[in-house]
Design a binder for this molecule. Structure first.
Ligand SMILES: *Cc1c(COP(=O)(O)O)cnc(C)c1O
Length: 385
């Protein structure tokens, strides 16, 4: 099973390191991130990458991507400071969060940031006041949340007709309306989601060009590209092939500048979260299902198991006859159950103290870990090469 997710050499590297450390912890294989970056470059040769820092804000991750030539998308001034402190110049950073305080826009502007995302009039007016003449890109609402495992659509973006109003306003306010962005939802299974988003972008580009003489220059296609979890997806080369075809069909006269903001697909499969079984129990003499409690849970990095949305592959080394289990975390909170409805099977001889390896946990884990809930320390992260 493990070799569906990594090769033998990668596994040995993680395992050798893990054997020398006490659980729980996350191991990030930086080599994998490098490969993912190179893969994205290869399959989307015409696109500029802006790594979504929130997926894994580890210094080592940012330094690696900095040296590989990546750009960065930040969600707050705190991420901004972090990336700047690591030596990334402000012209390689975009402020992609549409929800931000005016003081924070001003702060970013003073630090040299000149490109901001927006999806509302209030935010746009703030930008115009405190970040004059900046480039802005406008986020459209997408409708593909049912086919994404972790939707990011509904809270962000606005209707294409409203975008048109905002672009015209931006122009009047002295800003540079630069492009259109969307995010089709994280871990998006339906590649067609990009097709409908790109068509909307095309409509906006055309309308503004014909009616207002405004020529937008950029499409930011966000994230949404997959990592390898239990539910299968197409591979990144298939995503790239199809999305490139949609782009070329809609923009046959030549592509505008294309930006990607990969998070999950860049770092997801670089991580293995190593945990230990704390307790195994049955709730009644005749209960058919065993509860397996581990030393990690929803509050120590596994928040994306909410509604069992992200189904991590969980590996244990014991072999033999298996049975279905419920997997839960160590805190005194009854929400701290990772999987109850999804069928996870473990060997009957699984015992207290055995290790469980949560694969593909490089994205959206360490930074989500609570700092002190129930007194448990935050999830420790190690970076290996
Ligand atoms: C979170 C986020 C991303 C990254 O999305 P993934 O699906 O993890 O690749 C990209 N862009 C924006 C604006 C985001 O909020």
């Amino acid at each position: 099973m493990i070799f569906d997710y990594m090769n033998r050499k990668e596994w040995n590297k993680v395992k050798n390191f893990a054997d020398k450390h006490e659980t729980p912890f996350l191991v990030i294989d930086l080599e994998k991130i490098k490969k993912n970056y190179e893969k994205l470059q290869k399959f989307f040769p015409y696109a500029k990458q802006y790594y979504a820092v929130k997926a894994n804000p580890g210094n080592e991750v940012i330094e690696l991507l900095r040296d590989l030539g990546s750009n960065f998308d930040v969600a707050s001034i705190f991420e901004l400071d972090k990336v700047l402190d690591l030596g990334v110049s402000p012209d390689r950073i975009s402020y992609g969060n549409t929800i931000k305080k005016s003081e924070h826009v001003k702060y970013a502007y003073n630090k040299g940031i000149r490109i901001f995302a927006t999806d509302s009039e209030s935010d746009l007016r703030n930008i115009a006041v405190v970040a004059p003449k900046s480039k802005v890109f406008f986020r459209i609402l997408t409708e593909s949340s049912e086919t994404a495992d972790w939707p990011l659509s509904r809270k962000f973006g606005c209707h294409p007709d409203m975008i048109i109003d905002l672009v015209i306003l931006a122009s009047r306010l002295g800003l540079e309306p630069y492009g259109i962005s969307f995010h089709v939802g994280s871990q998006q299974h339906d590649i067609g989601a990009w097709d409908s988003a790109i068509s909307k972008v095309k409509y906006i580009f055309n309308w503004l060009s014909e009616h207002e003489g405004i020529e937008l220059k950029m499409i930011n296609m966000g994230g949404g590209f997959p990592a390898n979890y239990l539910s299968k997806t197409n591979t990144i080369d298939v995503y790239a092939r199809e999305i490139t075809r949609y782009l070329k069909e809609d923009f046959s006269e030549g592509l505008p500048e294309i930006i990607l903001e990969p998070g999950r697909s860049m770092v997801g499969d670089s991580g293995v979260l190593v945990s230990e079984v704390v307790l195994i129990s049955r709730k009644a003499r005749t209960a058919l299902v065993r509860w397996v409690y581990t030393d990690v849970g929803k509050f120590s990095g596994l928040i994306e198991t909410l509604d069992e949305s992200i189904k991590y592959p969980v590996y244990c080394e014991k072999k033999g006859e298996t049975e279905e289990v419920i997997i839960a975390g160590p805190t005194c909170d009854s929400q701290d159950i990772m999987y109850e409805n999804t069928s996870y099977q473990f060997p009957l001889n699984l015992a207290i103290g055995d290790r469980l390896y949560w694969l593909t946990t490089g994205a959206y884990t360490s930074s989500y870990s609570a700092i002190e809930f129930n007194g448990f320390p935050p999830l420790k992260t190690y970076f290996i090469k």
